[in-house]
Design a protein around this ligand. Structure first.
Ligand SMILES: Cc1cc2nc3c(=O)[nH]c(=O)nc-3n(C[C@H](O)[C@H](O)[C@H](O)COP(=O)(O)OP(=O)(O)OC[C@H]3O[C@@H](n4cnc5c(N)ncnc54)[C@H](O)[C@@H]3O)c2cc1C
Length: 377
């Protein structure tokens, strides 16, 4: 039986570990901090491929395939925990507040309809019917009735419990300091708790994936993009629908919070909330729901999105090394993409199926003319 080592216990590493264990593989996960303690718990939990991706193509297909997996995926995980991961696929509004925004949105609506996606163009009264709390200054919106959100923190908890019950070996508070290798093959890792060896090592270390690959001389850039985000109480503000605008979004959670966000700013690996960041989140969402002025502020936090140069994730084998794969670079959509990433990566690790990963293979960042990018073998 093949034995797998997953580096990084965020949504991607835990989802993959769970999927591999379900298929009967022996799995260990190593996490330097707490389970899901980085980007994955910072996220707003939106499941919104049509909102997020700007054209048809492999990335939108990946997002739609992942969204389709969610109801079953959530149900299965809930069965392990007897808890609710608060999946809500009740629809999402992308809103225009003026003519210029409406024009851009209309163009998006047009290609989405032409490609056969289930979206509606709403104006005036229809818009207020879907979301009575939306400002009457909204001129139009795309309504996507099957997108939505999940409570990503609950989902992470469910994944940890499911992994435990499936016999996955979980090491939290354990830092990987080196990818161990011999004769062109990665054979596991060295950690602050000692060496761990495996047939297949999968790097799922989020914004730190680039640093980890540098350990074996592979230069595939992944950069941290900070997201500052906040929550207010929904008491007195019975928002029904996720609202996206050009300057922010609001996600009404089933646990009594409205999550509002988010900045995209680059400050290395710092994930603190700044006053400027908080001000921009608040100013960004207020115009969409005037009732927010009376909302009780609950908390603000930050996280580091793992970004790639072309906006697509990195899925599959790491070029130049046997026994080493990568699942990362999910940027703004790692929660959305977690079930499909787990499935496609497990198909690769278990059955060698490479083709479905082809648009996302890490090798696209390696220039054949630059052998110096692969060193230290
Ligand atoms: C503010 C914000 C809002 C977002 N909203 C959404 C959203 O609405 N919908 C959506 O789909 N996505 C959203 N995202 C994006 C999503 O959170 C990420 O794409 C996703 O969490 C990435 O998951 P990951 O497991 O790759 O990374 P992470 O969650 O960062 O996990 C990587 C893990 O690797 C560990 N690690 C790193 N180095 C080492 C080492 N040397 N040894 C051991 N462990 C190590 C880290 O500690 C970390 O826990 C949002 C992100 C942010 C910041």
């Amino acid at each position: 039986m093949s034995n797998c080592l997953v580096v990084g216990g965020g949504i991607i590493g835990l989802s993959l570990a769970y999927e591999l264990a379900r298929r009967g593989l022996s799995v260990t996960v190593v996490e330097q901090g707490e389970w899901g303690g980085q980007a994955s718990s910072a996220a707003a939990g939106m499941l919104a491929p049509l909102k997020e991706f700007s054209s048809t193509g492999p990335l939108l297909d990946l997002g739609m395939d992942s969204l389709a997996l969610y109801p079953q995926w959530a149900k299965e995980l809930e069965a392990y925990t007897a808890g609710d991961v608060q999946l809500s696929l009740d629809g999402l509004l992308t809103v225009a507040l003026n003519e210029r925004e409406e024009e851009t949105l209309k163009a998006k609506y047009k290609w989405q309809r032409e490609a056969g996606y289930d979206v509606q163009w709403l104006m005036g009264k229809e818009l207020q019917e879907v979301e009575p709390l939306l400002t009457n200054l909204a001129t139009a919106a795309i309504y996507s009735s099957k997108e939505g959100h999940i409570n990503n923190r609950m989902l992470l908890r469910a994944l940890v419990t499911a992994c435990q019950q499936m016999g996955v070996v979980l090491h939290a508070g354990c830092v990987v300091s080196r990818l161990a290798h011999t004769a062109g093959r990665v054979v596991g890792v060295d950690t602050t708790s000692g060496p761990i060896r495996a047939d297949h090592t999968i790097v799922c270390s989020g914004a730190w994936a680039g640093i980890m690959l540098e350990m074996v001389g592979v230069s595939i850039p992944v950069r941290p993009v900070r997201g500052q985000i906040a929550a207010v109480s929904s008491v007195g503000i019975p928002l029904r629908t996720v609202i996206f605008g050009t300057s922010g979004y609001l996600t009404p959670k089933k646990d009594g919070r409205i999550v509002i966000g988010a900045t995209e700013d680059e400050s290395g690996f710092q994930r603190e909330v700044t006053l400027a960041g908080l001000a921009s989140i608040l100013q960004g969402v207020m115009p969409y729901v005037p009732a927010l002025h009376a909302a009780t502020f609950l908390e603000a936090w930050g996280g580091l999105r793992p970004a790639t140069a072309d906006g697509k994730p990195l899925l599959g084998e790491v070029p130049g090394w046997d026994g080493l794969s990568l699942a990362g670079g999910h940027f703004r959509n790692g929660i959305l993409l977690s079930p499909i990433t787990a499935k496609r990566m497990a198909d690769w690790i278990e059955k060698g199926q490479k083709e479905p990963l082809s648009p996302f293979l890490p090798e696209r960042f390696l220039n054949a003319d630059e052998p110096s990018r692969l060193i230290n073998r």
